[in-house]
Structures are given as structure tokens and as C-alpha cells.
Design a protein around this ligand. Structure first.
Ligand SMILES: [Zn+2]
Length: 276
């Protein structure tokens, strides 16, 4: 993955900045971060969807138990950028991720591409064809970027028969890492602002445990849930529920789904990922 980071702005300092940023995030064990988030979800009766890169769990069959009653799905195997590695390698990475879930007695039904990138060799259909081939009918990879949107976010049906519930682009990594926001109220305000732009649609948030599970950010997560619950005709559903409910919901109803990706458990995993 060095290639992806180095080509990002073609400058080594970007890599150094990224690593120092990650070092600052790895102050706590991933299991603690997940359990802190789950406590908030339980308190507010919210079902979350975790996506996990399977290289982290191939030797940790018990890891799923940390997710409690929440949903989870594969987030690729080694977390490569599918637009850079060629079709064979992209298919293999997707297949490996799904096989590991199956080997661990899980039935993967949804997939999220690493970096939300669904383009393989400049072909925008191939990724969804591969999902279908691998028995995945539901996807949450496309990032529609931040609001305002021309129309409220909604499911996207692909030629292959796979349906995507897109990510809304207002995510913790964009707000905290890219925009460098360090005021919790401001971060929460940006998250909440997206709700009004997405009214009557379906809003999928990407809330990474590595950030939102930390003590300094966990209040934002709870604040977001409270803000959604305070809004008329807004409901928080799991991704699984949202796929079936969207076409049956009332015209004035809005669905919100909370999800989060896990692609490293420790700083060592982060370096392992860079090597791929
Ligand atoms: Zn990821």
C-alpha cells in the first residue's frame, strides 16, 4: 500500500504525517474501543454494523464475539486499493475475505470495499459483478461525498443485481484527520447538519471505532444518536433492516444507519497493511 500513500500527493511527508496520526490514535486496545461504542448503542437501543478486514481475524475466530449483537461484514482481506492492484488481485482479496468469514462459520451478506473504492481497472461494474459471483447481494462501498446532494441518498442498484447503500462522506476520518477539527461540538454539528440535507433518504455514516470509540470522541457518538432520535420521522436502523425497509417507508421518513470500519487492531497491523 506504499504506492497508494506515496501517489496520494507524491510526497514522503504525507506518509510520515499519516503514520504519526495513526500513532496518536493507537493509545487504546481495539476491543476496548468497540466495547465503549457498544455500551452507547445498548443504552440507546441502536444496532451498528462493523466492517472488518479479515487479515486481522484469520487466526482470531473469537473476535466476532466482541461485536455483541451487532451486525458485521467483510472489509476486504488485506485492505488494498482495488483500483491499483489489477482485477485478479482485487478478486482474490475479496474472495479471501469472504472465505475467511465462511471458515469462521459466518455468512457474509454485505461487503464494504477498502477505502470505499469500487473501481477495478477503470471499470465501475466489475467490483459489483465480483460481489455477485461471491454470493454478496448487498454492498455499502460507494461514497457519495459530503452534502449538499442533488437528491437524498438512496439505494443504488447495479447491473449485476447487487444493491448499494452509499456512504455519505461525512465521516470521522474526514472531519478529524483531513479537516483537523478538534472541537467536539463542531464535529457533532457537521454530523448533524448532514441529516437535514439527507431528509427522506437513507444516510449511512462511517464511524471508525479507532476514533469514535475513544474517550475524547465517544460523546460525539452519543450526541449524534440523541440528535437523530430527537428528529421527527427519523429512525436509526441496521444496514440489514434498511435494505428492506427503504421501499416500504413513508415518504416523509428518513433512515439513518451507523456503521464503522476496522482495518487495523494495532499500530503493527497498520504497518502490515502498508506492506501489501
Ligand atoms: Zn478501511
Amino acid at each position: 500500500m506504499f504506492r497508494r500513500i506515496l501517489t496520494y500527493r507524491n510526497k514522503i511527508p504525507v506518509l510520515i504525517k499519516k503514520i504519526s496520526n495513526y500513532l496518536s490514535l493507537f493509545s487504546e486496545n481495539m476491543v476496548n474501543l468497540i466495547s465503549r461504542m457498544n455500551k452507547i448503542f445498548e443504552k440507546h437501543d441502536v444496532k451498528f454494523t462493523y466492517f472488518i478486514s479479515t487479515y486481522l481475524i484469520e487466526n482470531q475466530a473469537n473476535f466476532f464475539s466482541h461485536f455483541g449483537n451487532h451486525d458485521y461484514g467483510p472489509h476486504g482481506h488485506l485492505h488494498p486499493d482495488y483500483s491499483l492492484i489489477g482485477r485478479k488481485a482485487a478478486f482474490k482479496d475479496m474472495k479471501d475475505a469472504i472465505s475467511i468469514f465462511q471458515k469462521l462459520n459466518q455468512k457474509p451478506w454485505i461487503f464494504r470495499a477498502p477505502y470505499g473504492i469500487t473501481q477495478i481497472e477503470k471499470n465501475s461494474d466489475l467490483f459489483f459483478e465480483y460481489e455477485k459471483k461471491l454470493g454478496i447481494n448487498y454492498d455499502s462501498s460507494i461514497n457519495i461525498q459530503k452534502p449538499p446532494w442533488k437528491e437524498p441518498p438512496h439505494p443504488i442498484k447495479h447491473k449485476s443485481g447487487v444493491t448499494t447503500l452509499p456512504l455519505i462522506g461525512v465521516s470521522d476520518d474526514v472531519l478529524i484527520d483531513n479537516l483537523k477539527l478538534n472541537n467536539n461540538n463542531e464535529i457533532l454539528r457537521r454530523f448533524v447538519e448532514a441529516l437535514d440535507f439527507g431528509k427522506t433518504g437513507v444516510l449511512v455514516y462511517d464511524l471508525h471505532p479507532i476514533r469514535m470509540g475513544q474517550i475524547k470522541y465517544i460523546k460525539i457518538l452519543e450526541g449524534l444518536i440523541k440528535s437523530i432520535n430527537a428528529k421527527k420521522n427519523f429512525m436509526i436502523l441496521s444496514l440489514k433492516e434498511a435494505f428492506s425497509k427503504f421501499y416500504k417507508k413513508g415518504e416523509d421518513e428518513t433512515i439513518v444507519c451507523l456503521s464503522g470500519d476496522i482495518d487495523n487492531l494495532s499500530i503493527l497491523d497498520y504497518f502490515r497493511r502498508l506492506k501489501t
